[in-house]
Design a protein around this ligand. Structure first.
Ligand SMILES: Cc1cc2nc3c(=O)[nH]c(=O)nc-3n(C[C@H](O)[C@H](O)[C@H](O)COP(=O)(O)OP(=O)(O)OC[C@H]3O[C@@H](n4cnc5c(N)ncnc54)[C@H](O)[C@@H]3O)c2cc1C
Length: 277
């Protein structure tokens, strides 16, 4: 049952879910799935899209932003947009979850799974976790961050978070509070691509993308840290569309950040990634 809906930004909401009194067995970084067929309000739209696409609409994946030691399960959903001549179909589920989900509503979720988790022996592999995220890519990283701050006291964190504008930043207050309560263990750096003067938002807010200059400054130990990289990446639909046009898909956040991480010397085996393509 939806216990609360927290509006994080104009297009993003956190759904806090009450699942009964049992502690749920999941790992920080796991996702759950939500099947659009359960929503009567979407029936006609789902049928129409299935007719156009010629196949059933699959369940959508949503990472938990809650951490296993917390009382409630929570997911954060960013509404996808239909952009004429850019996106092929209007998005099905995320607009309903973000804009039309209310307290008290029942939801069937399945889970929990996913490879984007910390290894059990993480503290023998590193003392520095670098989070590199964009948009809703912060969701599993915030779960991992909260879990690790609680359970792995020897780990330090650098949380690098890219968004278009300051108003797009999800978990702004949560991240700021965690940084204040763990001054020696957490540094949060925001990087904004579409703000003329990002510095007005504070000393830890930069203008631009996650590039080699920023990573060189924030990762003094490229061969010793572990990176958790999450955000939009090239999707199979992007690949298919590019193939049809005889082109190659444009790099998105994951591909661009990966190239920069490699350029500053982080070995591939030290970069864990999850793409929301
Ligand atoms: C592991 C994982 C974790 C995720 N976690 C989160 C999270 O924490 N928060 C979050 O907000 N999102 C998350 N996502 C993304 C999420 O699962 C959905 O993809 C997103 O919410 C969009 O779903 P939708 O139903 O609104 O849009 P969709 O209906 O899936 O449409 C999305 C885009 O795909 C295109 N598309 C769809 N079907 C086709 C087709 N057959 N051919 C061509 N193009 C097509 C549409 O045109 C549109 O541009 C995650 C994804 C993954 C894989």
């Amino acid at each position: 049952m939806v216990a609360d809906v927290i509006v994080e930004t104009p297009d993003t909401s956190t759904l806090v879910l009450f699942t009964g009194n049992d502690r749920l067995d999941y790992k920080a970084g796991h996702f759950l799935t939500i099947d659009p067929h359960q929503f009567e309000a979407l029936d006609r739209f789902t049928a129409f899209l299935e007719h156009l696409k010629g196949k059933p609409e699959p369940p959508r994946a949503y990472s938990m932003c809650s951490a296993p030691h917390e009382r409630y399960l929570a997911v954060t959903v960013k509404e996808e947009r239909f952009v004429p001549n850019v996106t092929k179909y209007p998005p099905l589920l995320s607009p309903l979850l973000v804009k039309r989900t209310v307290r008290g509503m029942g939801l069937v979720v399945t889970g929990f799974t996913g490879p984007y988790t910390l290894p059990d022996d993480v503290t023998s592999q590193t003392d520095h976790l670098v989070h590199v995220c964009a948009g809703s890519g912060s969701v599993p990283n915030v779960s991992i961050l909260k879990f690790a701050l609680e359970h792995h006291p020897t780990l330090r964190h650098t949380f690098i978070y890219s968004n278009k504008t300051w108003n797009d930043v999800i978990y702004r207050d949560t991240l700021a509070k965690l940084a204040v309560s763990h001054p020696d263990r957490l540094a949060v750096v925001h990087t904004l691509t579409r703000e003329a003067d990002a510095s007005v938002y504070g000393p830890n807010v930069r203008k631009g993308r996650v590039d080699t200059t920023l990573l060189t400054e924030l990762i003094p130990d490229p061969t010793a840290c572990l990176v958790y990289l999450c955000g939009p990446g090239i999707s199979k639909f992007d690949r298919e569309a590019a193939k049809e046009q005889g082109t190659v898909p444009q790099p998105r956040f994951i591909e661009a950040a990966l190239a920069s991480l490699r350029a500053v010397g982080v070995p591939d085996k030290r970069i864990k990634r999850e793409s929301y393509g």
